[in-house]
Design a protein around this ligand. Structure first.
Ligand SMILES: [Mg+2]
Ligand SMILES: [Zn+2]
Length: 230
């Protein structure tokens, strides 16, 4: 066995899993905005995806387009519209059985993230996402997990800041994601599972990644790696 293999065997695996477009098949923020279609949303979305506007700024602006009086409709639509990607329960079961820490690191919003994850028994302190405030005239997004001193990306929910709490010497850090909110985290991770925009970004940055379309794919690759390392 190589020394690298021995190191990997001694490390604990930890998964940081995105929510929108990863655990759910579609991006819930985009789905909400498209459905309620407030004037002016399209340039904001384009600026976020093109990284001309930070996620925190852009997502804040998008929700400010919607009046708080629509709270019930917005929540019902988001929760009713989302579909969980195949194999999610299998990945959770695999993580549990193999002592892998599983965290949801989401740039999504509490009112749909927690509601949609409720059936899966993930502890609340293993779910990181943004908050929401419907008390004013417009929906205001709140940001309880901001960037740390090492990140100037204005993430909103800062995945690198969360990942840094798990030192590379002790953990094999696995990121699963699809888009803009995952770009910075992917740079830090030891292992990246990517779909959609994150694939293009990994190619651009020269980061190794595994493409996935369901969580069954992810479990399969994790099992192969386990077999190689041990
Ligand atoms: Mg996503
Ligand atoms: Zn950040």
């Amino acid at each position: 066995m190589t020394s690298r293999g021995t190191d990997a065997a001694n490390k604990k695996r930890v998964i940081f899993c995105d929510f929108d477009g990863t655990i759910t098949e579609n991006d819930n923020i985009i789905a909400i905005i498209k459905h309620f279609n407030p004037p002016g949303w399209e340039p904001i979305v384009n600026d976020i995806i093109g990284q001309r506007k930070s996620v925190r700024q852009g997502v804040g602006e998008l929700f400010r387009l919607i009046p708080s009086s629509m709270e019930r409709e917005v929540i019902d639509y988001a929760v009713g519209n989302a579909r969980i990607r195949g194999g999610f329960e299998e990945l959770l079961a695999y993580s549990k059985a193999n002592d892998i820490d599983f965290y949801v690191t989401s740039g999504g919003i509490d009112f749909f993230v927690h509601a949609l994850l409720a059936p899966y028994g993930i502890p609340a302190d293993h779910i990181f996402c943004n908050g929401s405030d419907f008390s004013g005239e417009r929906i205001e997004i709140t940001w309880p997990h901001p960037c740390d001193d090492h990140c100037s990306n204005d993430c909103g929910m800062c995945k690198p800041a969360i990942i840094r709490r798990f030192p590379a010497e002790q953990y094999t850090r696995i990121l699963i994601g699809d888009s803009v909110t995952d770009f910075e985290g992917a740079k830090l991770a030891d292992l990246v599972f990517a779909r959609s925009h994150l694939i293009a970004k990994c190619k651009e940055l020269g980061l190794p990644y595994h493409e996935f379309s369901t969580f069954h794919d992810v479990v399969e690759i994790l099992q192969q790696q386990e077999a190689n390392v041990r």
